[in-house]
Ligand binder design. Sequence first.
Ligand code: SF4
Length: 676
Amino acid sequence: MAEPNESVCPYCGVGCGIRYDADRESAVGWKGPVNQKGELCPKGAAAWDVVDHEERLTTPLVRVNGTLVEATWEEAFDRIEREFDRIVTDHGPDSVFFFTSASCTNEENYLLQKTARKLGTNNVDSCARLCHASTVAAMRNRFGAGAMTNSLEDLMEADVFLVTGANPAEQHPVIFRSYVLPALKSGAKLIHVDPRENATTKAADIHLPVKPGFDIPVLNAMAAVIVEEGLVDEAFVAERTTGFDGLRAYLSELDVDEEAERAGVDPEDLRAAARAYGEAGRAAIFTGMGMSQHHCGTDNVHTLINLPLLTGNVGKAGTGVNPLRGQNNVQGTGDVGGLPNALPGYRDVTDADARAAAAEVWGFEPPETPGLTEVEATHRFGDEVRAAYVFGEDPAMTEPNTNYVRAQFEKLDFCVVHDIFPTETSNYADVILPGSVWAEKSGTVTNTDRQVIRMRQNVAPPGNARTDLDILREFAARVAGLESPETPEGVFDELCAVAPIYAGMSYEGIGTGSQRWPFPEGATEGTTFLHADRFENGSKTASLRVIEHVDPADPVEDDELVLTTGRVLQHFNSGALSRRSGVLMRMRGEDVLQIHPDDAAARGIEDGARVRIENERGTVTVAAEVTPAIRRGTVFTTFHYADPLVNKLTGNALDPTAKIPEYKHSAVRVTVEPDT
Ligand code: SF4
């Protein structure tokens, strides 16, 4: 471990190559398969700050008489083994729930889901449920694969980018800088659909500032313009789609002006956006959590998918539907079976052939009943769920309605938190296991455009902390009697034997580059864009669908505003890493609430004033930023900070298909904080 080794940034799903600098005081980029010039954004450049941070967990902790005390690994695992054995014996295997981790490796997540299934439950899920579960559900349903249809390289051939509910200039900055901006400089156009003007909007030709929760009217109206103005690719529609007549009949009845007005956007801007998309030789879609995190998130994406199917913009370079994934391995966590309904390679647990194929490699057959999703499980703590293993996630901070979630955690009989720092969730742990950060482990992650990239260990974990794979191997042996391969490469080889989309991959083949799925046995290279001749489900055609708008779950009273949440460049998700970086905290130390000047004036709120945001679920206070960047009637803040913990305000409504929460629309009252 003396030499700097190529690893992968622990933050976002772009998957930039990083390693420690020779001075061991910073992270630097290497020329990875995505950041091909070695470039990093501020988060990647600050990734070393978390490696030797003073708050790292360095020894196991067990709760004794209500207090967490230091313990040996033997004592910690004895307690875990005893409690899991008792709870499974008394209540059955479905009484335990496993949180896999979108910020940990494929190998680690693969072992944890296999442990759950050996124990006899499919109760395994990750925070992918909270970000793109609805995108994956709609794309799997229509196309047969729930991932970016295209590769970053071929997207540079796009003439038009339609970016819906995403802000890649801040949230996926290396993609934006290295793949989108060069295309824009060569003449491509950018359409941005987002309630807020942000860094991506600055590069946009057309901005549609949609009301949160009203994406379906915008997308249906765009489709109506495309049909009305003869921009349909008739040959593609005839050869590769079904359902056109039904959709055309529905769209012909829509009043585009009314739909635009309902969604709060200018009808002429909407028409211009539809024409730009429909007339493009190659039009590519990027979609994000502004689309997916609604109780109609799956329908939002279904409506979006109509656009490329109407215009022939799928199955070729520079096109497609491309979800920008959040954490560095959120794609891989699903790929390797960290899902309650799918085995590695997205093979349904209800499929007897899939279970038999897994059993051939595993030596046992996984259970056939789909498990609980992440939020469903939390809502059943203390009821049918009695124990949880929380690996590298912080649901007491990241799930909606956190006052409720925290009360639910109090109801568990037993909770293990396996992490690198104390978290909001570790307050409820009976045992805490200290794991490893990016520089201390080896394995692979799968980035947003399906590239599997290797991480290599740079340094040893601190103190008594162990590598995550080492901890999970012992956990599997203790609670499920499961023997696991000793090395990350051995685990990866087993994963490739179970997951058909990874079948031809190897550590040697990936090297310091990548292999992109689908990569079947015998393949020499991965598939850049999917669905060229057939969709991934084997069908020649995909259906066009009629989707109707449904109102957001939270009704908004006259004196209320709509709270929508998101991310900024300097921080990441729960902030567990980025808030521990001195550099990033100097760049953005506090949160703010963006509020439109008219809404601020109506409430006597001045720029910089402390304001109270509240609803029946909770109250938080934060400084106001009075700005026309946010649309009237909507306020925006981030979910990066433990204070203000904005998820106190978000609600329990779930998408009925994907079970993703409606984070992006909460009714709130905003007033000047009386004590200021
Ligand atoms: Fe890390 Fe994402 Fe920034 Fe790349 S773009 S350095 S992966 S946070």
